[in-house]
Structure formats: structure tokens, C-alpha cells
Write a protein of this length. Sequence first.
Length: 693
Amino acid sequence: MPVSGRKRAEELRREIRKHDFQYYVLDQPLITDREYDRLYSELVALETADPGLATQDSPTRRVGGEALDAFEKVPHRKPMLSLANSYSPEELAAFDERVRKFLKTESEMVYFCEPKFDGLAIELIYENGELTGALTRGDGTIGENVLSNVRTIRSLPLQLTKTPRLFEVRGEVLMFKRDFLRLNEQQQDAGIVPFANPRNAAAGSIRQLDPRIAASRPLRLFAYAPGAIEGMKFKSQEEFELALAELGLPTTGIADAEQPMEAYIEWATARMKRGEGQGRIPLARLCKGASEAIAYYHFIESVRHDLPFDIDGIVAKVNDYALQEELDFIARNPRWATAAKFKPEQAETWVKDIIVQVGRTGALTPVAVMEPVRVGGVTVTNATLHNQDEIDRKDVRIGDRVLVQRAGDVIPEIVHVALDKRPADARPFRIPDQCPVCRSPAMKAEGEVVLRCTNPVCPAILKESLKHFVARRAMNVERLGDRLIETLVDEGLVKSFSDLYRLTKDDLLTLDRQGEKSVANLLESIEASRKTTLPRFIFALGIRFVGEQTAKSLAKAFGTIETLIEVEEEALLAVEDIGPKVAASLLSAFSNKALRHEIKALRKLGVEFEKPKKRDGGSSKLVGKRFVITGTLPIGRDEVKDLIEANGGQVLSGVSKKTDFLLAGDDAGSKLQKAAGFGVSIIDWDGLQDLLR
Ligand code: IVH
């Protein structure tokens, strides 16, 4: 029986919502990006063909309408207040004492503790289950309705799984650190001043009047507090947060309070250090008394940098809502909650020099070289200054005393100059309009703030391009490190990508520190890299705006590199996720004679493309690994089992602590929860291919 368009559209919407939840909330994708895109495109096609099929809450309607002139001002039903801040764990003991004194009780209080997210507070308003408003805090009484932007946050349901009359929930909009770094790279590539930190990036995105901008930013939200609610009742913060997850709203998950505090901390720390981030490790926990709350504070502080997002402390809330009511508010702060912040990770140091680095795209980036200083457990010596505008805005001079911090906990940056400590001989700095390496003129493209070296064969650009070319996700030349690349270029042995494949044993033996053995290994790994895939090769070329995903789309659309370098704009624009900017960059790259020549030379030197491997003849890549399979996979169960066993792995039927991987296909069932509970790694079909590669 053919499925009606309406039915199929509904099915697709349900599927896409499920996968959004798996990906953004649970951090456990069940399908590949490509499979997701396929579902999404099918829905877009159905809804475009028959607009009557589209619903308000369709995943395709996250960006609705045009840019606004201004945000509407809307009063909060319940005032949106903030917490008193303290900066030390001892303050938690003082807070506990205040609470018990006020309640006139000797007995131990139970606190609901969770991380204090470093983002932007937002109130979501769901009416009869439908997201109808999203307000900023504003002055606490009146906020601005930023719904058009908040709707674009893919981890947020537009429709709850239940339909209470009114459900207001407060949470924090933020950006994951890795998403922030990628966004900043793109900003920089596009010649736009990057954001100082994830919080600014998130807040800046929410304040945009054009929802398409917010839609292009990787925003997330964690929910943590109730606003006005009608049609549902909660006895405690724990009950409220459990309900959030049930309603489909993202939280950090609640740890099992039956597990003793110490065991929880040990368990969670180990997992966190192994890089199994949020989504799999519950971060909120009930704490008994001040002592557990303090232990929780130290625990969260110790794993702070392993979390995928920025936090700046913990929040402790009296768990029982009846007690919260009794405790009430004092001035504008609740008496039932407190925020214990972590010490800010900033430090003062001296700027010894400002140097200019040349990147792969020729961009000249000024970098402050500082007296080494410890910030957040890491010794910092360099801080990027981004561009001249940034240097001028912060008025950083050589010799200045500056305050540094690690933005998004990763890249060090200068917060401000301590002007009162500026030495008389501090020297202002101007980026030269000449490449510091090859002395060619440097220029700004129209509308850009970044200066770029104009010499296509600049050795600095060549070095950076080569580093990208050989990178693991590109041509994957395992033995060729950054140092060696610099030497090869400096010695004139490599002047282009293709020169790598012309290197001989005799060439390499002339270099310092290169013996017979290391030369043989290097040549072997260069040799091995000749066999690659088309997406990797396209990515390796390092064309501006062409990341891995775009490279994959191009490979899929055009099939061969020879076709790709001849395509016209129209054909490029017809490819999904290729816009005018990327198309222009590709056309300009492929009209460059030198690059065309390089591509042909590489092919002549034996660079060839295989189809990404589907089946492996047999290896020992999975030896000692125990797998459990669930859901529907692209090939039959038995074939999957054969494949795993042919590579040395073992396939078992039930999930246990001893399982290494749960291989989850479509419509995976209860095994998923079970595996997550045991901390078992969950992989999809592509994940298995990665293991076999
Ligand atoms: S509960 C009455 N929980 O920090 C306020 N707030 O000043 C109850 N924040 O306004 C707030 N993470 O913007 C709460 N897990 C969390 C939080 C959190 C971040 C923010 C929020 C709040 C401010 C405290």
C-alpha cells in the first residue's frame, strides 16, 4: 500500500526530531550525517511540492519569516532573578548554615547541585506544548522576545511530548567549545573579527534580528529552572528536572543518588578524562549537606576543562520545593539557592614582543609573545591578537602589562592592558603591509579586515598548506610532522604538494637527524598515502571554505577530480550546502594554473582514489573487542557479524559491563539505554567503518 504524502511527512518529522534529540541532547547519534541529510531533504521536497503538508513545528520551519526591525518587549509572568555569587567552596557551608537557621532545623538539607553554565539566560514559553515565546532576562521584569532565533536551536523541541496549559522553563543558551572554535575559524577565513569566547558568540547570535544568522550558529541550550507553570506540579527540583528530560528538553542529566558521592566522583572523573563528554555522564546530583555540596564543587572544578562547554561555577538549590517556598526571596535573590563560582582563570604578564604569523590562506595574524604565565593549569606564552583593529581596540603595545585568559578554555587571549602599569617605553605596533616571510605585498580583500600575503608561492603559505595536505584527515602521511615539513621547504626540497611524491632516499638522507630507518619509514608512509579517497584529496587541497563535509558533497556530486576542476558555477550551486561564497572560492582555485598543474602532476605521480571501503577482507583491527548489535544496519545481521569476526572481534547478544561497543542501527531499542548506563561506547555503521580503517 503506498504511503500518503501526509503520512510520510509526519513520519519524517518524527524521525528527524528523534535524531535531533539523539544528537544534540543525548550526544548519541544513531545515524550518519548523510542519512540525516537524506531524511531532511526528503521532507523538504515533500513540503515544497505540497505546502499544505507543512506544519508550524516542522523541523524545516525553524527559520521562519524575515528579519525583524526590533524585538518585542514582553513582561515575565514570574520575575527572572539571579543568584548571589560567592567565590569559594567555604561559602557553601555558610549558605547551608543560613538555610538551616532560617528553617530552624538541625537536620541535613538536600541540595540539588549542577554546573553553572556560562551563557545567556533565556526563558522558554510553551503553551499547550507548543513553543510560543523565548524571552531574554532583560531587567528581570520585562524581557525581549527572541523566539525567531531560539527556534533555530536544534536541540530544542518546538513541541513538547506533553501538553500542559503553560510551561515556562529557564535555561542557558551556549555554544560548545569545539563548535565555537570551528565558527571562529570560519569567521577568520571570511575576514570577520572572531568572537572572544563562546558566551559572547552565543549572546551575539541571539541578539541578531535576522534569524538566518542564528540558524547558522551552533547554538545549544540547557534547561534548569521553572518559570510559571499551569497543568503540571512538581515537589522538588529533582522531579522538575526529570520531567524536563521526559518532555524532550535538554538537561545535563541527574546522577544516581543511591551511588555514594565518592564512587560517583571517581566513576564520572574517569569517564570524563577518557573524553566521554556531556550527554553520557550525568552532571547534576543531589548532595546531602554542605560537605557533599563542597565535594561536588571540587569535582566539577576538576573536570571543568573536560566538559564540552564553558561553566563558571556550580549552583546549589534546596531540592524540596515546599522548603524553597518557605525560604522565599531576600531582595532580588532567592534564599534557597546560591552560586559558588570558580576562581577566574586569568593572570597578568608582560608582552615581550608582537610577531606576525602567516597562515595557510596567507592571512597575517599578529601574535603577542608574552612572559610565560600559568592560566587554568596551562603555561601560556602566545596570545592571538587577530588583526590590526583588535590591536587598536585593546591598545596593546610591546612592553605592556596585560591580563590574559583562555577563551573557551582553549585559545589564550588578552583581556585588557593594565594601563597603570604601562612602561614609558611601550611601543605601539602596526602590522606591516608586507609578508614577514617572503616580503611580498600584503593586501586586504574588499570588505575584509584581514591582511593577506599576495604571493601564491610564499614559503610560509606553502608550509602551512603542506601541513594541511598531509594531515590525518587529509592525505594522512603519518610520518611527516610539522618540523620536517619546515625543513623540507627551507632546504628547497619541496616547493609544491607533488614534490612530496618526488622525494628520494638520497634527498632525505642529506637532512639532519634522518637515518636509513626513519627515511625508509617516511618514504613508506608517503607511498601509502598515494591511495586515498576523492573527498580526502579535495579536502587536502586546502581551498578556502572547503572543509571535510563540503569535500564529501563535491566528491559525491562530481565523481572525479577531473570533472570537478572543469565544473561551472551553475553546477556547483546546484550541490546542496554549496553557496555563492564557496562556489566562488572553488572557481577561483580551479582557474589557478598552478593548482591545476599540481592536481595533474599528483595524478601522474600515482595518487589514486578508491571508493571508501565497505568490506574488509580480514584484519586484526578488532581483536579483543566485544560487540553487541542492535537496530537495522545497511547489511544483514549475519553479514555484520562475519565482518566483525573476520577482523578479530567478537559478537555477543546481551549488553554488559564487559561490552566494548554497541553497534546501533536504525530504530535501536532498549539496548541503547542499557549501554549508556554501563558507559559502553555506542557507534553507528560509519563508526564501525572508522574502526576498520
Ligand atoms: S538556577 C533564581 N541553575 O546563573 C535564579 N542558574 O545568577 C535561579 N545559571 O540567573 C537560577 N547555570 O542565568 C540556575 N544550573 C543553573 C545555572 C544558572 C547558569 C545562570 C542563570 C542565573 C545566574 C545566576
